[in-house]
Write a protein of this length. Structure first.
Length: 504
């Protein structure tokens, strides 16, 4: 017989290596045998098993399987036994997780994994390992508790979660998010374009801008108020917040997570407060406008009285004085009508809207021309009235008189002393709107120099002793409050044309 010293030595070395390797393994390695007569035996266990289950080696060998089985938690023993029987019966691997009560480490978690072999004599052998998964199980339990807390927070929170994967362009909406949006899962598109379609068109640009600012790291997070279209085809206000959670190597955003909050009630209250502020602002403007009208118009009438009284004093003939007295009576009547109109303004100050009536433009213009005619006695003024007697505009009475009086008075006030004054009034339709113009050949205004200031408060453009810079400001304010507008064309030395556009 030939003896192979080399192979024999090699096998011996391998056995030694395996023995040392087994001893260094921290898991419990075992061979568990069940005979055909259901006798249990553990012919092999490694040293780590003693430490794992805190059992003395002599006790382990004396009691074998019972030494480990006694350590198993009372509530898990039946399950471990049933899993073993089930593996034997169904001829499959034995795998089970159980708890053990250890003298020093207390409650610990273990996992059994094994390979099953059935021998010819009917016995079954399990070659396996037992792993201490206590730390892993504790982490798992902590994670589960964290998830449960997070799930509870989501269920009880007023906020919904959304998650946007930019790579696949898919958006996830939590059930609470859909509830806040008042959208059914079947009514929503889970893409960026679908998200844009559910937002009010007026809010899309600001929403996209807020996203871009955050994507470019100009803001720490994304935040935007927006209106969304619900399944009932009604818009509601929400507050959307989000933050990039993942970027590529170049800093490009890949994933964003955020929340939705229902802010409809707050937003409606905010809008209501804003509307109330606008109402109070409008009332305040009307009150300020009213004070300007009182000051300006009554001063105009007072000036007219003075002019006429000065004329009476300067006239020598009785007939001339009588003619001037007629103008004085007309001005007195206009003053009474102005006071009456101002009283109407006082009565409507608490109303939501300014009183608007259908007014005969020519009738109001003639009242103002009575004042102009008084000046005509003293100065060479030519009046050209091309306004149709049937011309009607929808306007506030006091405002209309004030506008006509301011524009007419300005034409006279800024007449060129070197030439006779010509004032022309016209009324026509332009692009479907009624337009009134007053044109003069007076001093004119340098619009290149004063164009931006011409309708400003207390802005004057000529050194006139009676210029106070209020007339045109009041005029513009009154016209715009009636949803109209006014423009001006003027050249120095040639005159000025004011163009009033009415709403109707």
């Amino acid at each position: 017989m030939e003896f192979d010293f080399y192979n024999t030595k090699k096998k011996a070395n391998v056995n030694v290596f395996k023995s040392k390797a087994f001893d260094e393994v921290h898991d419990a390695l075992f061979v568990f045998t069940i005979s055909a007569d259901n006798d249990y035996e553990m012919p092999f266990i490694n040293d780590a098993t003693y430490e794992m289950f805190e059992v003395l080696s002599n006790t382990m060998f004396t009691n074998t399987v019972l030494s480990i089985y006694d350590r198993i938690h009372q509530d898990d023993k039946k399950r471990v036994k049933n899993s073993l029987f089930d593996a034997i019966k169904k001829r499959r691997k034995w795998s089970v997780v159980f708890r053990a009560e250890l003298p020093f480490n207390g409650l610990s978690w273990f996992k059994v994994t094994s390979k099953r072999i059935v021998n010819k004599d009917g016995s079954t052998e399990f070659y396996g390992r037992i792993t201490d998964i206590t730390e892993l199980k504790e982490q798992e339990l902590k994670l589960r508790r964290t998830e449960e807390r997070f799930r509870f927070m989501l269920m009880t929170s007023n906020e919904g979660i959304w998650d946007w994967d930019l790579t696949s362009d898919r958006i996830y909406y939590s059930p609470q998010a859909l509830n806040i949006l008042e959208l059914k899962a079947s009514d929503i598109s889970y893409t960026c374009e679908g998200w844009k379609k559910m937002i009010h068109p007026e809010d899309v640009e600001d929403c996209q801008k807020a996203f871009n600012y955050h994507f470019d790291n100009r803001t720490p997070f994304y935040e935007n108020f927006q209106r969304v279209l619900t399944s009932n085809k009604k818009y509601k206000w929400i507050l959307s917040k989000g933050m990039v959670t993942e970027r590529d190597l170049e800093g490009k955003p890949l994933k964003v997570i955020g929340t939705y909050s229902n802010v409809s009630f707050q937003k409606e209250k905010e809008l209501e407060l804003r509307r109330e502020m606008e109402v109070y602002k409008e009332k305040n403007n009307r009150l300020l406008n009213f004070s300007h009208i009182v000051s300006h118009n009554l001063n105009s009438h007072a000036g007219n009285f003075k002019v006429l009284l000065d004329l009476i004093d300067s006239e020598e003939g009785f007939d001339e004085k009588v003619e001037t007295l007629k103008y004085l009576r007309a001005v007195s009547g206009d003053l009474s009508k102005t006071i009456e109109d101002l009283s109407q303004i006082v009565n409507v100050q608490n109303n939501a809207e300014i009183n608007i009536e259908a007014l005969n433009l020519n009738s109001y213009l003639n009242r103002v021309l009575n004042i102009v005619n008084a000046y005509n006695n003293k100065n060479n003024v030519t009046i050209i009235n091309n306004v149709s007697p049937e011309a009607v505009v929808h306007f506030n009475p006091a405002y209309l008189e004030s506008v006509l009086q301011n524009l007419s008075s300005n034409a006279i006030k800024y007449a060129d002393p070197k030439k006779p004054l010509i004032v022309e009034f016209n009324f026509f339709i332009e692009n479907g709107r009624k337009v009134f113009t007053i044109k003069d050949n007076g001093l004119g205004i340098d619009l290149k120099k004063h164009g931006d200031l011409i309708f400003g408060m207390y802005k004057t453009f000529h050194k006139h002793e009676k210029a106070n810079g209020l007339g045109l400001y009041i005029t513009k304010n009154q016209i715009e409050s009636m949803n109209g507008n006014i423009t001006v064309e003027s050249q120095v030395g040639e005159g000025t044309t004011f163009k009033v556009f009415f709403k109707d």
